[in-house]
Structures are given as C-alpha cells and as structure tokens.
Design a protein around this ligand. Structure first.
Ligand code: NAD
Length: 499
C-alpha cells in the first residue's frame, strides 16, 4: 500500500533531493489513524552530500555583508508571518495537534525570527582602546561554519525555529534533521528560505533516523549540534558530540509540576491545569503533568478540573476541537499504559481517557484527558515522563513537602507555583531546582529575548536555546590585541607583558 504514497525528501543545496537510499519510514495522519506518506531515511552518501553542500555555501554566506543578510532574514520573517496558516495545516496533518495550536507554535517560532532580524546588534564585539600605551584590544564574533540541528516530533516548526534563524543570521550554514514522524514542516520552511533569497546550501534538510544523526555527530565538518528530544538521546548526543570536539546544546525530557498553595485562586488553577495539562494532548515539554495540591484544596480542585474536562471536545485537529489525537498508535498505547501502571500502583482514576467518544475517524490515535488522584510518588506514572494527556494529582501537606518533591526529581525543565502570597512565590523562585518558573503562569516558556532551557536531566551541559545564549552558541569570539608601530617603542623584553 505504501508504494503509491508520496515520499518526503531531503532539501539539499536549495532544491528537493530525491533519496536513493531505499530506506523509508511511515508518516501517519494521526486523526485518520493511517499512513499518508513515507519519509526518506538518509544513507551515508546522502549525509556526505548534505554536509558538502553546507560546507561549500559557508564562506560566501559568512562574507556577505550584514546588511544583505539582514534583508534576507527580514524577508523570511515577512513570508512566514503571512503564510503561517499553511504551515500550521501541514503540522496538524502529521502531528495531530489542533490547527489553532499549530498556528500558536508557529507564532512562538516567529518570535525568534523577530529577534534574529536584529542580529547585527547581537553579534557585535567589544573594543578597549589604549589598554597599554598604544595597544588596543577588541573582539569579533564569527560564525562556526556548518551547524547541525536535530529536532523532536512535538514541535516540528517551533523547535527548529529556536535555532536556525539565529544560526543563519550569525553567518552559519545549517543542516536540519527533523523528526521522522512529522518531516514536512522542515521542507516547507526550506522553500520559504529559498523564496526569501537565501543562497543555496545555507539551509539544508536531511531526513533520517539514527544513521543521519550519527552521521552529523561523527563528521568533523559539522561544528556544533543543537538537539531537542528525550533525555536518553539528549545524553547520548551530548556525550558523543563532546567526545568529537563539537559545541553542543542538548535539551531533554521533563516532568513539570504545578504547586498549588491553599490561598490560590482555584478557578484560575483549574483553568491553567487544563490548558497546560491537555493542550497539544500533553505532548509539550513544558506541559504540566503533576499537580501538587497543598491540602486542604485537593478535593475542590479535582471537582473543578473534572467538571472542565467533561466539556472538552476531542477530535480531528482540522475541526478545531479542544484537543487532537496523539502522534502515533505506539505512543498512544504507551501513554495509556501509564494509566494502567498508576492504577496498579494504587492511584485512583478520576477521569479515564481510554475509549472516549471523539469527533473524528475511529482509527485515529485517540486518548482522552485523564485525571489521576493520589498517585504514589514511587509509581513509574509519577517518576517517568508520560508525554500525553494524563494529569496526576499528588496531595501534600505543606509548601516544603511540595518543594522537596519537585527538587528530588530527575528533571528540571519547568514548574509553576499558584498562590496569592508574594513571599511564598519569591521563596519558591529561589529554592526550586528548575530552569523555567511560572508564578501564576502554567507554561513559563521564556520569550525569545531570554533563553530557554531546564536544569538536571532536562538539559545537558550549559548551553540554553535562543535569546542571548543562542547568539553566544552560534558564534565564536576572537580577541585581538593590536599595536600599530610607533617608532618610540621597541627594545627587547622577555618578561610576561604587563600593563
Ligand atoms: P526522541 O528523543 O525520540 O527524538 C528526537 C530526535 O532524535 C529525532 O530527530 C529522532 O530522529 C532522533 N533520535 C531518536 N532516537 C535516536 C537514537 N537512538 N540515536 C540518535 N538519534 C535519535 O524525542 P521525540 O519523541 O521526538 O520528542 C519528545 C521528547 O522531546 C520528550 O521527551 C520531550 O520532553 C522532549 N522535548 C524537550 C524539549 C525541551 O525543550 N527540553 C522540547 C520539546 C521536546
């Protein structure tokens, strides 16, 4: 059956490049529950060809004036803003999320393009005149060369957009290896760059699996790797890239808690828990998956959340329900498996998303919003990332107990506190071992001019995504000490230079 389906190809050197590898993976429409395309999986020859194209394009792109580079980035920004709906529909057809949510993903990615348009200001060096008599010191920031980006399925546009606008603006050439589950958004973005006037070879898309990833990791010409995905792969990427002498930013998985103090506005908490727990079917790295309710609020909160869940519409993302399907059948089954695990471990299933009615094809990869109460903190349903529409309530007796639970976990991506007590919120922001914190805000994804990244197993190393950290990552600094000859200076002095 799959023989007649379209194959999503590579984009190399400014054009579609048909794969000859003979290897493909299926791409599904999750709301229909059937394969609609295949995606090419690169072999070594295709990996080499992509790297060669990016390398060949680098010197001319690096040397193009900032003004000319900036014109292209502005044009790309205009095109993306004008045609974002097209991209959102592509995302929905392969990922499953609701079209308006996909448009939101594009809008958040666009913020990074906005930031990148101002890149000349952000890649300036410094200058100190006369550090010693007649000696000046200054720094310049240069691009790295060919940079690799490896992205996850859950944000096929936004996550690549965290990196490549900055990388390209700063003068690098890019190879993007998208998730094989939803590979088409990357190709659409490549065509947009072409239309914006980007020279061929500056932005390339290499479709593939582990072979393509390892190809990028092992190629000396690839100077850096930007990775977002699950924790075990993030760790592998971090270690392998570092061993091979590359710069690396490696963002991993998450288990985000929302701590609710008894003085919080419980209606706001319930709305926020629904939005952050079930938006994009819980397949967001910043989704809230655990609600830590400081007693005595848990019963009231569960009632409010249950009532709201009963009004949610689940269905085909093209019909604008509240929530769409999960990305694949295997992932849906894995997520549903966690409900079983929680139940076996003694949790109460308050709302069961298995076998729900949907506005869509019966074969779609459905799982409705699920609410669990009294989830034991020893259960795998609590300790592991579920990455689906499953919200666990854990009851605690105090602020301290809540903070202790959050800080003892494996991950440290995002967290939120809900309270009307400013002192408690302030204590929380100091004491919590997490990289991104919301105060009465459930999904605290920083705006583009800050940087995105978690702590602990949610980010390996020290390099965060976008914002100032993004410009640092995609440039390397040179410090230059210069003296123009002055006949009055000279002579021999073998001592260490001093001021
Ligand atoms: P994944 O780790 O399975 O895949 C991510 C990328 O790695 C894909 O491009 C994939 O092709 C590649 N890959 C997969 N297995 C590999 C292997 N063995 N060797 C080399 N490369 C491999 O992740 P996913 O399922 O696509 O995405 C969901 C995960 O991403 C979740 O854990 C989520 O929390 C995380 N995520 C994190 C952030 C963040 O900012 N921290 C953002 C989005 C998603």
């Amino acid at each position: 059956m799959s023989e007649n389906l379209p194959i999503v190809q590579h984009w190399i050197n400014g054009a579609i490049s048909e794969s000859k590898s003979g290897r493909t993976a299926p791409v599904f429409d999750p709301a229909l529950g059937k394969q609609t395309k295949s995606v090419a999986l690169a072999d070594q020859a295709e990996i080499d060809a992509t790297i060669a194209a990016a390398q060949a394009a680098f010197p001319a792109w690096r040397d193009l004036s900032l003004a000319k580079r900036q014109t292209i980035v502005f044009k790309f920004r205009e095109l993306l803003a004008g045609r974002s709906r097209e991209l959102a529909e592509i995302i929905t057809s392969e990922h499953g999320k609701v079209v308006s949510d996909a448009a939101g993903e594009v809008a958040r990615g666009l913020e990074v393009v906005d930031l990148a348009t101002g890149f000349p200001h952000l890649i300036k060096g410094g200058y100190s005149s006369n550090v010693s008599t007649g000696v000046d010191v200054y720094s310049i920031k240069q691009p790295l060369g060919v940079v690799g980006i490896i992205s996850p399925f859950n944000f096929p546009a936004m996550v690549p957009l965290w990196f490549f606008p900055i990388a390209i603006a700063a003068g690098n050439t890019v190879i993007l290896k998208p998730s094989e589950k939803d590979p088409s958004a990357a190709l659409w973005l490549a065509e947009l760059w072409k239309e914006a006037g980007l020279p061929d070879g500056v932005f390339n898309v290499l479709q593939g699996d582990k072979l393509a990833v390892d190809g990028l990791l092992n190629a000396p010409e690839v100077r850096s790797i930007s990775f977002v995905g699950s924790t075990p792969i993030a760790q592998y990427i971090y270690e392998t890239a570092a061993k091979n002498g590359k710069r690396v930013q490696a963002l991993g998985g998450a288990k985000n808690h929302m701590l609710v103090l008894p003085d919080a506005d419980l209606d706001l908490v319930a709305d926020s828990a629904i939005n952050a727990g079930f938006g994009s079917a819980g397949e967001r790295c910043m989704a809230v998956s655990v609600l830590l309710a400081v007693e005595p609020v848990a019963d009231d909160l569960i009632e409010k959340i249950t009532e709201r869940i009963s009004k949610l519409r689940i269905g085909d993302g093209r019909r604008e329900p509240d929530m769409g399907p999960l990305v694949t059948e295997a992932h849906r089954d894995k997520v549903a498996g966690y409900i079983e695990i929680a139940e076996q471990d003694g949790a109460k299933v308050v709302v069961d998303g298995r076998g729900i009615e949907v506005d869509g094809e019966a074969d779609g990869f459905w799982l409705g919003p699920t609410l669990l109460d009294n989830v034991p903190t020893t259960s795998r349903a609590y300790t592991e990332e579920i990455f689906g529409p499953v919200l666990s309530v854990v009851r605690v007796q105090s602020y301290e107990e809540g903070v202790e639970l959050i800080n003892s976990g494996q991950f440290g991506n995002g967290t939120a506190i809900f309270t009307n007590d400013g002192g408690a919120a302030r204590r929380f922001q100091t004491e919590i071992q997490v990289g991104m914190i919301g105060i009465n805000v459930p999904i605290p994804v920083p705006v583009a001019y800050y940087s995105f990244g978690g702590w602990k197993d949610s980010l390996f190393g020290a390099n965060k995504a976008y914002g100032p950290a993004g410009f640092d990552f995609f440039t390397q600094e040179k410090a230059i000490t210069s003296r123009w000859l002055d006949p009055s200076h000279g002579g021999i002095n073998l001592g260490f230079p001093q001021n």
